[in-house]
Design a protein around this ligand. Structure first.
Ligand code: UD2
Length: 320
């Protein structure tokens, strides 16, 4: 993809999604700066790109580093965050300092450094448990966790910066992102990373509830594509867009698919539903299609296959 901008900052660039974005930007010939405090990101995610980007190992709240990193950038992709919902429940104040105040500082640095556009990574968490499907951007937000409140607050700041200061912004509400490099080692890791690691270890998955809950899974390369389009599409400025596949997959079906790929037949162990677990989640994707001309290229079946291959090659012994 030929990009119409030269220099970009990726906050959280050493994380799962961020590292894939950095890879795409570098291979498109973009000059990339990464700012990441490595609290949940991992330098190993960028090892293969060593020497091809600038790196600030800093927190987004370190104003001096942030300003230096944003200097002369055309675009800021803001992905740095406390990404675990349960962690924000355990420690809402610390998480807010990063997810809310940190986001405000990123926007302000972008404004002062005259960055043209900021693409903010938000989450479908802001819809809460609204039972109506698919979830679309016109729905009234119903945040149910500090994480969702913090993402929503940052979305509002983004919109205020667009209206008050004329800085171009685009907000992407990700659904369940999966793919290579997603860390399976915590109980709050993405379900696909956990299930794949379990299947490879010949262990049964634990399914919370009856397994009939659905999720809209989106492959990480498609999320990267959405970011690149959001950085450049004329109509995206000032907009909020869902980034999902538009298709719901039940957790029982997910486990069966992964078992089939591993060639094993393992009955899952069922346990209590997770507190606050949403039952159905499917993205309405019309707005991203209209404004970004975005469509998922990688089907669930293909993405699962690619991801499983990666976990097979990079097998781990720790799993959430
Ligand atoms: C996702 C995001 C979260 C937030 C939220 C918004 C991830 C990793 N998390 O949380 O950041 O944006 O959406 O609503 O993308 N499950 C099992 N067994 C396991 C692990 C999970 O049954 O070992 C179930 C879990 O109960 C849930 C589903 O799988 O019903 C997906 O769980 P998840 O932790 O991957 O993601 P989710 O949707 O809770």
């Amino acid at each position: 993809m030929k990009l119409p901008f030269k220099k970009a900052l990726v906050t959280g660039g050493a994380g799962f999604i961020g590292s894939h974005l950095v890879e795409a930007l570098v291979s498109a010939g973009c000059q990339v700066t990464v700012l990441d405090n490595l609290s949940s990101g991992n330098a190993a995610n960028l090892k293969h790109l060593e020497g091809k980007f600038s790196f600030y190992q800093e927190d987004i709240r370190e104003a001096k580093a942030l300003h230096a990193a944003a200097e002369k950038c055309d675009v800021v992709f803001h992905l740095a965050a406390v990404v675990s919902v349960p962690l924000t429940i355990e420690n809402p104040v610390d998480a807010a300092a990063v997810n809310e105040m940190g986001s405000l500082l990123v926007l302000d640095a972008a404004r002062k450094q005259q960055v043209k556009r900021v693409v903010f990574s938000s989450s479908c968490a802001i819809y809460g448990d609204d039972p109506r499907l698919p979830k679309h951007e016109g729905m009234h937000p119903k945040p149910m966790s500090p994480y969702a409140v913090q993402k929503l607050a940052a979305e509002y700041y983004t919109s205020v910066f667009y209206n008050l200061y004329g800085i171009e912004t685009a907000v992407l509400r990700y659904f369940n992102v999966y793919g290579p490099r997603q860390d399976p080692s915590s109980p709050y890791s993405g379900v696909i990373s956990i299930f794949m690691t379990k299947a490879l270890l010949n262990e049964a998955a634990v399914i919370y509830g009856d397994g009939n809950q659905s999720r809209d899974f989106i492959y990480v390369a498609d999320v990267v594509k959405a970011n690149l389009l959001a950085a450049t599409a004329k109509n995206a400025s000032g907009q909020v867009m869902n980034i999902g596949s538009g298709r719901g997959v039940r957790i029982n079906k997910l486990w069966q698919t992964i078992c089939a790929l591993s060639g094993r037949s393992l009955d899952p162990r069922y346990t209590n539903k997770r507190p606050g677990d949403i039952v159905e989640s499917v993205a309405g994707i019309e707005r991203a299609k209209e404004l970004l001309d975005f469509e998922c290229e990688v089907s669930f079946e293909k993405g699962i296959e690619l991801t499983f291959e990666w976990y097979r090659k990079n097998q781990r012994s720790e799993v959430g």
